[in-house]
Design a protein around this ligand. Structure first.
Ligand code: ADP
Length: 526
């Protein structure tokens, strides 16, 4: 073989069958493989479990040279390399855990063209030594897995990912494929910009996970609610997410006293115990893993039947990722969450008291509010979740709690009109707090300074407090008729459909307010 490789180049279809044992590509998967195998750049936006890995593994095997795969976590890398080796693919990883001899052997194999795939973490890839090494070998492609890690907007920002844009400059002729299961438009823009993927073809499959049913229920007695929920899933494997390590341990212990097989998982546990609990969950049937968000990324257990949230996640993205760990096998699965005042206050406080710069805090607040909107919606939750990711869904999925048992609503048309008109009359330049002040007729310094106490809408919303208006606003955002400009201090603006509401052509039904009042953080200035 003149190229020095050990295997003859095969067609993607043949590799799919002979190496991975699958008869056909999943929708779009074959297109991605063809495109990248042909040398094109690609951005792949598929939900979890949809089959992203083959999108770069097969082109790497088919093309001349070694495919360099960037992945954020060693655990993820180990799992993939192990699975590939078992399938007979020449795969390896370079990481700090290797001895010098092993690392040499891996590099030699790559130089000799004896490797199909080489996995590295981003921090390793970007070292001068590694970039030098890359310059001296044949590279089939670069694959950037979990590409949302480049975005601060994402829930999993990793600063090392920001440097990966250099790959396109250093190796302009090598195809680059970025993959993620996070698809909101903002994250996507960040990926394209950071990784210089302006010319890449975008492959996007629906983010709907139709086999997952969504239930978000008001927190009353959370433990009893959890037990009742688990009773519907006897003998099934599932994850219960809690916010704190302490509540993880307490909940696991308590479930055990109730005769449910439950194990804790969080980053503070001894490494051996953590690994043992994770393995037990992966290998055994019918185990409940009670975990913090430290658990989950890259876990491929197809038959997770439920994911329960005892606390509110930080964003829609996080909620979607975490619930997405259920039902990867396509069989019915359930996402369950208890939600109440406590969650909202706690999450807001975590942001306020966090060490992030103000710009980041603003984004975090907006993301939290978007999730609260989905918790409060009285319309189809699936539709609201998908809308958040920029995807249209007709609603009425009949597989979420709001579709199955319609919630108590009130005719919020007039309230919505008041709010929308206050946004318009203040010039679509102000955030939620200010608009609520105008509605409630509060002559704050800022209201007076802008002359908003002279507006016709000043004081027309005295029937509700800030809490009520906050809830109406979130629901309008969740309906998509109000947009929030995060770049402009959370300024509210009207979106499609808002005019019809203002003209009285479209009625608005709202869920009765139940979220807590916003804490007053009026800041005078801005
Ligand atoms: P993702 O990275 O999108 O979460 P994976 O690449 O881990 O998904 O794939 C999820 C599961 O789907 C794996 O078990 C994989 O073997 C399986 N899979 C992927 N592509 C196909 C296919 N074309 N036919 C059948 N199964 C597939």
């Amino acid at each position: 073989d003149p190229s020095g490789t050990t295997t003859a180049r095969r067609s993607p279809k043949a590799v799919l069958k002979e190496v991975f044992g699958f008869d056909s590509f999943r929708p779009l998967q074959g297109e991605v493989v063809e495109h990248v195998a042909g040398g094109g750049n690609a951005l792949v936006l598929f939900p979890t479990g949809r089959g992203k890995s083959l999108c770069f593994q097969i082109p790497a095997i088919c093309r001349h040279g070694v495919g360099i795969v960037v992945s954020p976590l060693l655990a993820l890398i180990h799992d993939q390399v192990e699975a590939l080796r078992q399938a007979g693919v020449a795969a390896a990883a370079l990481h700090s855990g290797l001895g010098a001899d092993e690392a040499y052997a891996v590099r030699d194999a790559a130089r000799d063209g004896a490797l199909d795939l080489l996995y590295v973490t981003p921090e390793r890839l970007l070292t001068p030594a590694f970039l030098d090494f890359l310059a001296g070998i044949d590279i089939a492609l670069f694959a950037i897995d979990e590409a949302h890690c480049v975005s601060q907007w994402g829930h999993d920002f990793r600063p090392e990912y920001a440097g990966l844009g250099r790959l396109g400059e250093l190796f302009p002729d090598i195809p680059l494929i970025a993959l993620t299961a996070t698809a909101d438009p903002r994250t996507r823009e960040d990926i394209v910009r950071s990784l210089r993927l302006e010319d890449a073809r975008i492959f996007e499959s629906s983010f709907d996970r139709p086999n997952i049913s969504y239930t978000i229920t008001e927190r009353a007695e959370p433990r009893r609610q959890l037990i009742d929920f688990l009773a519907r899933h006897k003998g099934a494997s599932g994850i219960v997410y809690c916010l704190s390590r302490r509540s993880v341990e307490e909940t696991a212990e308590w479930l055990t006293t109730k005769g449910i097989r439950a194990l804790p998982y969080h980053a503070g546990l001894d490494g051996r115990i953590r690994a043992a609990n994770q393995n037990a969950f992966l290998r055994e049937d019918g185990l409940v893993l009670v975990a913090t968000v430290a658990f989950g990324m890259g876990i491929d257990k197809p038959d997770v039947r439920f994911v329960a949230h005892m606390d509110l996640p930080s964003s829609v993205e996080a909620y979607y990722q975490e619930t997405g760990r259920a039902g990867r096998d396509g069989l019915p699965a359930e996402a369950f969450m208890v939600f109440g005042t406590k969650d909202v206050l706690l999450r807001r406080r975590m942001i306020d008291e966090g060490s992030a710069p103000d710009t980041v805090k603003r984004v975090e607040r907006a993301k939290l509010e978007a999730l609260i909107g989905i918790c409060e919606t009285c319309d189809c939750r699936r539709q609201a979740i998908l809308r958040h990711f920029g995807e249209a869904h007709p609603g009425h999925c009949m597989n979420c709690d709001t579709c199955r048992e319609p919630v108590e609503r009130f005719d919020g048309t007039v309230a919505a009109q008041k709010l929308l008109s206050a946004i318009v009359r203040t010039g679509e330049r102000f955030g939620a707090g200010h608009v609520a002040d105008v509605l409630m007729g509060k002559p704050t310094e800022k209201v007076v300074r802008f002359g908003h106490d002279k507006l016709k809408t000043f004081g027309v919303g005295g029937e509700m407090d800030a809490k009520g208006w906050g809830s109406v606003l979130r629901q309008l955002v969740s309906l998509g008729v109000v947009g929030v400009d995060h770049e402009a201090f959370g300024a509210l603006r009207l979106e499609e459909g808002a005019r019809e509401i203002l003209k009285g052509e479209r009625p608005v039904m709202l869920r009765a307010a139940r979220a807590p009042a916003r804490r007053d953080r009026r800041r005078g200035g801005t």
